[in-house]
Design a binder for this molecule. Structure first.
Ligand code: HEM
Length: 186
């Protein structure tokens, strides 16, 4: 396989991994906010889990592409330890942090029944950090960051996640502050 093919594999793997992680965050927010349908149907949870697992697979594709490519010269150390790559060290470090967060979220989700729910939830909330870190990583490290379609995708998905997160934060408070009132005053 030529070096170009490895580079295309790394780039495509990164973009698909980011898209899947974004969809996982959006479907997770749909589960907690129930914005579209109340209550969210069971299959939304299955899709959410599937997207999380598939993200891990495509981060793997991204990394295999980077290791195969001769130009950046990534080995296990550059993949696992932040700031060790000579290629865009800070931007790449964000990708490495994202990878560790993703692994922590996936592993605690697989062990969900064996660990305290509070632990699982605390780790799961780091999905917001993962989304931010992975998006900034893609914007700063990516060859395709000048592609208009990808720029719009980053912008629109970030706006969607921000909007749904605000609903997630504000909705329970609103519910607490305005207890159900009878429609007609007695
Ligand atoms: C959650 C994990 C990760 C996600 C979602 C992710 C996503 C992305 C995305 C979307 C891009 C932009 C691709 C493009 O514009 O063509 C990218 C580029 C890049 N990523 Fe990651 N990444 C992750 C982890 C990593 C890790 C662990 C490394 C390795 C240390 C890494 C190294 C790179 C490099 C070197 C580039 C530049 C490739 C290029 O020029 O396109 N990433 N990544």
């Amino acid at each position: 396989m030529s070096s170009q093919t490895w580079w295309y594999t790394a780039r495509a793997g990164g973009i698909v991994a980011w898209a899947l992680a974004s969809l996982a965050v959006v479907s997770g927010l749909q589960l907690s906010t129930r914005l579209v349908r109340k209550p969210a149907p069971n299959w939304v949870l299955d899709v959410h889990r599937f997207l999380g697992g598939l993200t891990v697979v495509f981060v793997g594709v991204h990394i295999v592409g980077l290791i195969g490519d001769q130009f950046v010269g990534f080995g296990p150390v550059e993949i696992l330890v932040p700031f060790t790559s000579s290629y865009k060290p800070a931007a790449v470090a964000l990708g490495i942090v994202g990878m560790y967060l993703l692994l922590a979220i996936e592993i605690t989700s697989l062990l969900m029944r064996r660990i305290p729910r509070r632990t699982w939830h605390a780790v799961h909330l780091s999905a917001f950090v993962l989304f931010v870190v992975a998006t900034v990583h893609g914007v700063l490290a990516g060859t395709d960051r000048h592609n208009a379609l990808l720029q719009w995708a980053y912008l629109l998905v970030a706006a969607l996640v921000l909007g749904m997160t605000l609903v997630r934060i504000l909705a329970p408070r609103r519910a607490r502050q305005s207890p159900a009132r009878p429609a007609v005053r007695p």
